[in-house]
Design a protein around this ligand. Structure first.
Ligand code: ZN
Length: 311
């Protein structure tokens, strides 16, 4: 299953809004064409036009024309009813925004998903197959006791349980943020995807992005390209996978990461990060490590054998 677009498209927010409005207009046009081909609907259309003409005439003569509006609206309603009953209309992909990308003056959740994927190269959360329900704990070793007196499975169960509670309680989570730590191959990405798909199911606006793509966006912003960062700052739940695998770029990595984490912390927005970096302070400095490991953050540790070697 391909959930990563692989590369960022060179689309801007304006491009995306135009794509949406084009899609909306195309459906409207097609539906109009279909309604025009229906005799029953067109008969009502003639009545509507006659009423409209009469209304205009009365208004021109300064006579009372108010009574027509109700009748005209009623005819419109009947036309829609007929079209629906006959299955004439193509539905919008998103009924909430009718494929315009906007609900009132706010961006629709479907539009935000498109922004995360096409602008930042985030994961397609709709295509995730991972879930808490399907997670198989038997892949973790339940025999050997590790340094902290727990087996690999016990540590995983603990982490999965806390993550599940986190999504269930959202937005009133016990801690604002999550930090998943552990070496590569211990299931951190899988767990983060479980969080993403459960959050999506709950209707939470979630952005799941790998550090490589995240820092790619930072870098392009730094280079003066059109790259808005506000959507990363404002996402209801931001999940960053593989922190530590990105290349370190001077004047970008720590500055931008600090700014993002700090803004989200100050705005009370939820962030979860998975990393195999042991020494966060050594890599990112004290300002960032203190934000990642703050009191606002539940730190979960995975340990044991690389799952890819066990299979
Ligand atoms: Zn929508």
């Amino acid at each position: 299953m391909r959930i990563w677009s692989g590369c960022m498209a060179n689309k801007t927010v304006i491009d995306l809004l135009e794509d949406f409005s084009f899609r909306h207009a195309k459906i409207d046009q097609e539906n109009e064409r279909r309604m025009k081909n229906d005799a029953e609907i067109m008969k009502l259309e003639e009545q509507k036009r006659a009423l409209l003409a009469e209304k205009l005439k009365r208004a021109f003569l300064a006579e009372d024309a108010a009574g027509f509006d109700g009748e005209i609206a009623e005819l419109g309603r009947r036309q829609d009813e007929i079209a629906r009953a006959k299955g004439l209309l193509i539905p919008y992909a998103c009924p909430a925004c009718r494929d315009t990308g906007l609900v009132g003056r706010k961006y629709c959740a479907c539009f935000l998903r498109e922004v995360y994927q096409s602008i930042y190269g985030a994961a397609d959360v709709d295509a995730l197959t991972e879930s808490f329900e399907r997670a198989d704990m038997s892949v973790f070793d339940g025999e050997k006791e590790l340094a902290m007196g727990k087996t690999q499975r016990a540590l995983a169960e603990l982490a999965y349980g806390i993550c599940k509670k986190y999504v269930d309680a959202f937005p009133d989570t016990p801690r604002l943020n999550l930090l998943l730590r552990g070496k590569a191959g211990l299931g951190k990405s899988y767990l983060l995807r479980c969080v993403a798909s459960a959050a999506k199911k709950r209707g939470i606006d979630v952005c799941l992005i790998r550090a490589g793509e995240l820092f790619g966006a930072f870098f392009r912003h730094r280079m003066g390209e059109e790259m808005p960062l506000s959507f990363l700052q404002d996402a209801q739940l931001l999940l960053v996978d593989d922190l530590g695998t990105e290349p370190m770029t001077q004047n970008v990595t720590t500055e931008y990461l600090f700014d993002l984490l700090n803004r989200r912390l100050e705005a009370g927005r939820h962030t979860a990060v998975a990393t195999n970096v042991d020494d966060l302070q050594g890599r990112y400095g004290e300002r960032i490590s203190s934000r990642l490991e703050s009191r606002e953050c539940a730190v979960l540790m995975l340990d044991g054998t690389d799952l890819r070697l066990r299979r």
